[in-house]
Ligand binder design. Sequence first.
Ligand SMILES: Cc1ncc(COP(=O)(O)O)c(C=O)c1O
Length: 396
Amino acid sequence: MSLMSTLTAELDQMSAAGTLKREMRMTSAQGALVQIEGKGEVIMLTSNNYLGLANHPAIVAAAERGERDYGYGLASVRFICGTQNIHKELESRLSNFFGTEDTILYGSCWNANEGLFQTVLTEDDIVISDELNHASIIDGVRLAKCRKARYRNRDMTDLQRLLVENASARNKMIVTDGVFSMEGSLAPLPELVALAREHDAFLVVDDSHGSGVLGATGRGTAEETGTWGQIGAYTSTLGKALGGSHGGFTTGPKSLVEYLRQKSRPYLFSNTLPPAVVLGSIAALDLVERDDVLIRRLRDNTRYFRKKISSMGVTVREGIHPIVPIIVGDTAKAISMSKELLDRGVCVSGFGFPVVPQGQARLRCQISAAHTREQLDRAITAIVEVAERNGVRAAS
Ligand SMILES: Cc1ncc(COP(=O)(O)O)c(C=O)c1O
């Protein structure tokens, strides 16, 4: 049992340091307001439910239709007997939404990233990755047998240096998050597109936090930055703005998608998406494509929150994205502030090392189209008071 002793000792250390994570229990659906065991109703200010679709009646109805007409699950991977007409329909709708040739669904965006680099890159190739890319890209890259390099976050000079140094590689791939999930900052896509062209590199953007969120019609970071149609391929998720349930995908050139269908291990060896999720995701796309009401509401709420909380003396990372980080420094402080906020009826996550660099622990607020102004005002008041008590905001 020496392994268990080692693990227990480390857990005890985390507990003593105040960095042990405890999962709160929700007894309601996801939404702007949720019920939490022992706390009652609180404002949810930390989910990826950007458009408020996670419990939208049209999506729930579509999911119910999925179960009624197509059953609970397929008990199979896609290539054996797990492909229904609705899987093909969702893939085609996603290609249409992203302006790409074809799309392959995965169980999650984690799986999409896990199944990309190891499948298409060999020892003769190189992948060059932003240092702040999501853990699923980091692990996905680890699995690949190709050459690997990392550039400083959003630093195009550093990326250019690596592209020049590795000019001899047979194929070069650059991979970036469209939106960095702990920062709310956007990748410099115009510069990335230009560098990829100049050095004949294939650009992959994980737009999990951009899809359904950024751009006038929610088509993501490329639409927002004027690089629509210029990205090599995207990976993204159905688990955030585009419905909020589960599922991920890679979308891009036909040949890439066909190759992944033949060889990508998380696609070949893991179950197909359940019908309820597939029809729910199609209903989410229907809502996003119908008009821009939700996207505009999300944008307005984000602007309102960012402006008001800054005007009340709490410094937030500047930007336009609904991810709004408040840097508090110490991990234990971020966790205890998050607990204080929960006691005041506002749910905001505290993130510390190793999720973010040492000394840069933070509260990560995330705004939703579902929030009312009254809810945002209540949340801001609570954050300002807790920040002041913890020395994160100077007392006025
Ligand atoms: C940038 C990024 N990529 C991938 C993922 C994983 O997405 P999924 O939940 O679909 O596996 C996330 C989720 O947090 C993410 O933020």
